[in-house]
Design a protein around this ligand. Structure first.
Ligand code: ATP
Length: 316
């Protein structure tokens, strides 16, 4: 079953088309990664899917129903983790969850059980009675996620949930996302961090200038780009003779040397690792070697001509 189906979405701010025929489908049980450079329209798309911005044209179906008119029945099945924190700093973690649970009509024992489950899910059980103002940035983000899970949504939409957080909190969040998927939740996950998608996404959708420019599994996306293989080599002695022999290997496009560090760039599939190693050993020995395969970052760069935003330092 399709949980999300948007067709021909257009959203204008002034003369700018922020969404320009954005088409997105998400099947039940998928974790779909949403990637795009700054300003691509990801947050606008997410807000449109949650009914938070009105669209100028197009249709959105969630759980098979069109997102128009009375939305309560649809909205209660969605959880949104916003980019900005939506928790109350002066309330304890438990009081925050009680508040958000109350908004969904949860009461009594059910609410208490959900609060425990939500805290457990994000690894904050021991912090239940503490105020978020005493938390690290990562703990606040985890509480923010717990608040959006309290009503056990069938579709969870996460808009850059790990920006600027510590590695431990990031791992907690990725682990929680995997667990949610196993429990049957469908997830749309927007991020700038390729390695997160590598770890969790069933499928990746790349967005630029208001529309989806490509989508597929990470493996399939990488297979679509013609790329080079790179071998990085540190040798005992980078003689002119070695450089010229490496240059003559079949499929080698370029040999870049910087002291005893060499980078050999070959056509994809040239399979020069063994031959490179043999030549370097004959020339005096190899201190280190590594091979680089094309990554999702390369796909992104090829398609958009842009780098993703540099990863921020985390701050506590
Ligand atoms: N309320 C608004 N009024 C006017 N312009 C807006 C508004 N909201 C977004 N925009 C513009 O729409 C474009 C897309 O913004 P959006 O936040 O959807 O991008 P994004 O892909 O989520 O970017 P980021 O990765 O930086 O969060 C940007 O040019 C932004 O300035």
């Amino acid at each position: 079953m399709l949980i999300v189906e948007s067709k021909g979405l257009i959203k204008r701010y002034g003369n700018e088309r922020v969404l320009d025929h954005a088409e997105l489908t998400i099947k039940e049980g998928e974790i779909v990664g949403l990637l795009g450079p700054n300003g691509a329209g990801k947050t606008t798309l997410i807000h449109a899917l949650c009914g938070l911005v009105t669209i100028d044209a197009g249709t959105i179906h969630l759980f098979g129903k069109e997102l128009t008119g009375n939305l309560t029945n649809i909205k209660e099945r969605i959880g949104l983790v916003t980019q900005e924190l939506t928790i109350f700093e002066e309330l304890t973690a438990k009081e925050n969850l009680t508040f958000f649970g109350g908004l969904y009509g949860l009461r009594g024992e059910t609410l208490q059980q959900r609060i425990e489950d939500a805290l457990d899910f994000v690894g904050l059980q021991s912090q239940a009675k503490k105020q978020p103002k005493t938390f690290s940035g990562g703990m606040k983000r985890r509480l923010n996620i717990a608040c959006s899970l309290i009503h056990q949504p069938k579709l969870l939409i996460m808009d850059e949930p790990t920006v600027g957080i510590d590695p431990q909190s990031r791992n907690h969040i990725l682990e929680a996302v995997r667990k949610l998927q196993k429990q049957g939740t469908t997830i749309l996950y927007s991020t700038h961090y390729m390695e997160e998608l590598q770890a969790i996404a069933s499928r990746v959708v790349i967005m630029d200038q208001g529309h989806i420019i490509t989508e597929g599994t990470i493996k399939d996306l990488i297979a679509t780009i013609q790329h080079e293989e790179k071998i990085n080599l540190e040798v005992a002695a980078a003689s002119g003779d070695l450089l010229s022999k490496l240059q003559q290997l079949e499929g080698v496009k370029q040999v870049i040397s910087e002291g005893n560090n060499l980078q050999i760039i070959s056509r994809l599939g040239a399979g020069n690792l063994d031959r490179t190693l043999t030549l370097a050993k004959e020339a005096g020995g190899v201190l280190s070697i590594s091979a680089e395969k094309p990554t999702l970052e390369d796909v992104f760069l090829t398609l958009t001509g842009k780098h993703l935003r540099d990863g921020e330092e985390y701050h506590e």
